[in-house]
Design a protein around this ligand. Structure first.
Ligand code: CO
Length: 461
């Protein structure tokens, strides 16, 4: 066996999980040279919620961020998390938008596309996988790990086999809720390595405290790469710490061979950066109840704030019991963006309305119409009838029903267009991106006026 490779998630998943995705580019660039020098397999720096957060909260252009990181880390392979047909948003986008987004992401510096679908419906990965391959990038197809009566190791191996047939260059096991036990990790990785012959990358969250143990067993089973975060932004709902995994394997056949001194310097840096974002910090919390309720880390805090708004925090235990029932009704979708939000919101509605599915979200209705894709298992027929009546759910790939999206996005972006990528930002987030672009134009005008005044001052009439 060869050394275990590490992907660093500090600039994407770690701050998404711990700091509400608020880390700014200005806090990434000063440490980029050192991150580049570590020798990570890849650096996950883009995608997931970071794109939306840049536009919505940080007044930062996500494309500029990507280019700046590419330039600051010339050696590293930059990786992004892509939600299949949902790209970096929350709904299905038309194929023209998907193809163009993937192509531009690769052009701007992404070398590894980790692609998943919340329902593990392979049809929702087809177009983005083909686009990433066409761009010459590494195509990593993702198995979203979850637990249910139908999600066993055979189920995940079958899914990965479909991804292999679709041309995946590697397989990621994405355990967003930190639920995989060390021994299931060992079995799943062993089976994938033996039956597929593709590299396997393992991604978990330390929400339940299981992740480091799962990584160790995954490494023993032959996983090629594991995802870690620098220690000062690791643990809890983030990834396990890079330093601990490196130390655990030193002197073994899977020795990762990374420099603990250099990692310590990087950890020092992010320890200080983290303090700047204290207002968003979820802190260190290991919640044993997550092993019972099997929810991703973000869901519990979402429930708390949703119920507090409704002055119904005392209903939390009922909501936590309702989640698995809703999941069963919906055919056991994995809980990850956007299905986690959908299931969570419906569970809250079911409890607060006093009658199940009396109030139904738009998302639940769309889901039951088949507009998210094919659920892993059968949907409860009674629930479906109650929500969408006798309407037959669609069985085609959902994006087949969508008209091309680029022409309209281009029309909307036109007054503010500075780069082709602006069209994609608008195609995915019409309101948020247009507001961002308008403000950018306004700021440029202000700068021009200041400059004109200065120049006029130099040459008095
Ligand atoms: Co993650």
């Amino acid at each position: 066996m060869t050394r275990l490779a590490l992907t660093d998630t500090t600039l994407r998943d770690a701050h998404q999980s711990l700091l509400a995705t608020r880390m700014r580019l200005e806090d990434m660039l000063p440490i980029a040279e050192k991150l580049d020098a570590v020798g990570f397999h890849s650096l996950e720096v883009w995608g997931g919620a970071t794109f939306d957060a840049c536009l919505r909260f940080l007044n930062e252009d996500p494309w500029e961020r990507l280019r700046a990181l590419r330039q600051a880390m010339p050696r590293a392979r930059l990786q992004m998390l892509l939600r299949g047909q949902n790209l970096v948003g929350y709904r299905h986008y038309p194929d023209d938008v998907v193809r163009e987004f993937v192509r531009r992401s690769a052009d701007n510096g992404i070398g590894v596309f980790r692609i998943f679908d919340a329902l593990n419906d392979p049809r929702n990965l087809e177009v983005s996988m083909a686009a990433a391959a066409a761009a010459g990038a590494h195509v990593q197809a993702t198995v979203c790990y979850t637990t249910s009566p139908l999600h066993d190791v055979d189920h995940f191996v079958d899914l990965a086999r479909q991804f292999a047939a679709m041309g995946a260059h590697s397989i990621a096991i994405k355990d967003m809720a930190g639920l995989i036990t060390p021994y299931i990790a060992h079995e799943l990785v062993s089976r994938l390595k033996a039956e597929l012959g593709l590299p396997v990358q393992f991604h978990s969250h330390d929400t339940t405290g299981l992740a480091s143990m799962a990584y160790l067993k995954a490494a023993e089973a032959g996983a090629d790469v594991v995802d870690t975060a620098i220690s000062s932004l690791s643990g809890s709902t983030s990834q396990p710490p890079a330093e601990s995994i490196v130390a655990a394997l030193q002197g073994t056949p899977r020795d990762a061979g990374l420099d603990l001194e250099l990692l310590a310097e990087i950890a020092d840096y992010f320890r200080k950066v983290r303090q700047k974002y204290a207002a968003f910090d979820v802190g260190h919390q290991l919640d044993g109840r997550m092993l019972i309720y099997q929810l991703p880390g973000g869901m519990l805090s979402n429930f708390r704030s949703q119920l507090a708004e409704q002055k119904a925090l005392d209903r939390l235990p009922e909501v936590l019991e309702e989640v698995p029932r809703v999941r069963a009704d919906l055919g056991y979708p994995p809980l990850v963006t956007p299905s986690s939000q959908l299931v969570g919101a419906q569970a809250v509605l079911n409890v607060l309305a006093g009658e199940r599915y009396k109030l139904v979200s738009q998302e639940t209705r769309a889901y039951l119409k088949g507009l998210y894709g094919k659920p892993p298992g059968p949907v409860d027929p009674e629930v479906r009838r109650k929500v969408i009546g006798d309407e037959a759910p669609v069985t085609v790939r959902p994006a087949d029903l969508l008209e091309p999206g680029l022409p309209e996005a281009r029309r909307q972006a036109a007054p503010h267009l500075e780069q082709e990528e602006d069209v994609l930002s608008v195609a995915m987030f019409p309101q948020v991106a247009l507001k961002f672009l308008e403000e950018r134009t306004a700021a440029r005008t202000r700068v021009d006026q200041t400059l004109a005044a200065e120049v006029a001052g130099v040459y008095p009439a």
